[in-house]
Design a protein around this ligand. Structure first.
Ligand code: TEU
Ligand code: CA
Length: 550
């Protein structure tokens, strides 16, 4: 399938649109917004997990892979969503969480009850001779990655929440179950799949990580992961010529991703990687703040653009998702230059080689939540952090500063549809507070304004569809050492595209050569220069896209 002209829109169903007043978004709510999504021009809707779940980790703790959580609606609603989306040229991409299940899943419950078959689905291991956990690995949400199960007399591994037990992929029965689940959804006409933390499924060895590291070296890009993916591909989505897949790759390497998403690998269509979203992590630590390192950001984007192309592999392109603070608040200026910086970030990303993802609300310039009361937070990672740091004696103000910058809830606040009560998201009480700035920032206002952030996203999506060079052009960096400007070229047999983006609130000069013949395609200021000069003066957060035909 040619996916090079496609764009994906990510929906966090819990926060998109609530139609029954329970404060939680639902499938009928998504259906009611399909016209809005069609007008934006997107091709796929990635839905975060909608299966029955205790919701400890907002659906990433799945209790039943073959049903819809009643809070979101029914299977009939899901089928209607697929049909109505398809009628608008849109496909659904489902989120498949196969590194772990909820401990409420019947497999885990049977394992606890003593069923040997299901015990072998999980990673139960005896403690050390002194009774402590089998290894010193840390859960991604804080604390040990092992929980003692008295019923079994052993510990089970959980890389995320204690209610998310890791599956044992060395067990062929587990792999057969997983393929069967994918086929179940294919049977409903689903062609798109996103595989959650899929590069963590093959554990190398159960040993203590030296120097108090968290253990990731023992399970990231493990020894059998590529083999398992090829097997899953052959047994499920690989049988569908229309399939499009993306794997979420945690702390991975370029050479691994060339394999995961190589055109001839028989694994996945594309990968999400996160290196470019750690440039503001001090010492690689999520909960240690530093201003973003622009030079590193440019280098990482460029290296992945070039490296994936050299390996004939395909990138996902994204600034935002449900796990990240809003990029606009992080790399832009969400107050003084909100519109300029949002449109600049979008321009810089959408012209790259790969599949762009738009995370709900990004297209209207939604910002971080900036909560200042711990009771406003819902995310397990945030509430765990607060509890752990408070117990360690850290003062509340310091923890709040971290959460305001990094909490996943910053991106999870309800979609802002209108300036009215609860942003038009719900007639009831929303499960997570609505950002008060919805009075200014909302879809109703954005879709009316021809110069809005929304209009700019629409234009960028159209450029991918109408300019073949955006789909297949080679990437080369420009002005690599410039301290303020990210710039690149895309080139194919028919045209050259040139993109300039100023990442700062001060003007910047872009010295260029060979500028003759370039015409403006899109800019984010009303009066962008129609032709390219030898020296371009970029205004705060200005972005310019030019094309030269051959
Ligand atoms: O995320 C995997 C992951 O490693 C992160 O992005 C994680 O949320 C972050 O490191 C915490 O700081 C995926 C899902 O996207 C996320 O929502 C789930 O919580 C997680 O897997 C577990 O299924
Ligand atoms: Ca609802």
């Amino acid at each position: 399938m040619n996916f090079k002209d496609k764009v994906v829109y990510q929906i966090y169903p819990k926060s998109y649109c609530d139609t029954n007043g329970d404060g939680i978004g639902d499938l009928p709510g998504i259906i009611s917004k399909l016209d809005y999504l069609q007008a934006l021009g997107v091709d796929y809707l990635w839905l975060n997990p909608i299966y029955p779940s205790p919701q400890r980790d907002n659906g990433y703790d799945i209790a039943d892979y073959r049903a819809i959580d009643p809070v979101y609606g029914t299977m009939a609603d899901f089928e209607r969503l697929c049909r109505e989306a398809k009628a608008r040229g849109i496909d659904i991409m489902l989120d498949m969480v196969f590194n772990h299940t909820s401990t409420a899943h019947e497999w885990f419950q049977k394992a606890l009850a003593g069923d040997a078959k299901y015990r072998a689905y999980y990673l139960f291991r005896p403690g050390k001779p002194d009774g402590s956990a089998p290894t010193n690995w840390q859960s991604k949400f804080g604390g040990s990655a092992w929980q003692y199960a008295a019923e079994v007399g052993q510990y089970y591994l959980y890389l995320f929440d204690v209610t998310q037990a890791d599956l044992d992929w060395t067990n062929p029965a587990v792999r057969a179950e997983v393929a069967d689940i994918v086929r179940f959804w294919q049977g409903k006409g689903v062609h798109g799949f996103r595989f959650d933390v899929i590069n963590l499924i093959s554990k190398r060895e159960f040993a203590d990580d030296p120097n108090h590291a968290d253990g990731r070296q023992f399970y990231t890009d493990g020894p059998h992961v590529h083999e398992y993916l090829r097997e899953l591909n052959r047994a499920s989505f690989g049988r569908d010529a229309e399939s499009f897949t993306v794997g979420e790759m945690s702390s991975t390497r370029l050479d691994e991703c060339v394999q995961y998403a190589g055109a001839a690998s028989g694994e996945l269509s594309s990968v999400f990687t996160f290196h470019h979203l750690k440039v503001d992590y001090k010492d690689q630590q999520k909960w240690a703040l530093q201003p973003f390192d622009f030079a590193a950001l440019k280098r990482l984007i460029s290296d992945w653009q070039t490296g994936m192309a050299a390996g004939n592999a395909w990138n996902a392109l994204f600034w935002n998702n449900h796990d990240q603070p809003r990029a606009l608040s992080r790399f832009g200026d969400d107050r003084r230059y909100r519109v300029e910086s949002a449109t600049m970030l979008a321009s810089a990303l959408h012209m790259l080689r790969g599949t762009p993802y738009v995370y709900q609300g990004e297209e209207i310039g939604m910002t971080n939540a900036y909560f200042d009361d711990i009771d406003d937070y819902r995310d397990i990672e945030s509430t765990n952090l607060y509890a752990i740091e408070t117990a360690a004696g850290r003062d509340a103000a310091a923890i709040h500063e971290l959460l305001r910058a990094r909490s996943r809830d910053n991106a999870r606040t309800p979609m802002q549809w209108t300036a009215g009560a609860q942003a038009g998201f719900t007639s009831g009480t929303p499960w997570l507070r609505v950002n008060p700035n919805h009075t200014e920032i909302n879809a109703e206002a954005a879709t009316r304004d021809p110069r809005s952030i929304y209009a700019h996203y629409r234009a960028l999506i159209q450029l991918r569809k109408t300019q073949r060079v955006v789909q297949d052009g080679d990437y080369s960096p420009l002005l690599a050492d410039h301290p303020q400007i990210f710039a690149y070229r895309r080139e194919n047999d028919a045209a050259t595209l040139l993109v300039l983006a100023n990442f700062y609130g001060e003007g910047a000069k872009a010295p260029l050569a060979d500028t003759a013949g370039y015409q403006l395609l899109l800019g984010n200021y009303a009066d962008s220069p129609a032709v390219l000069a030898e020296e371009v003066l970029l205004r705060p957060y200005e972005a310019l896209i030019y094309l030269r035909k051959k």
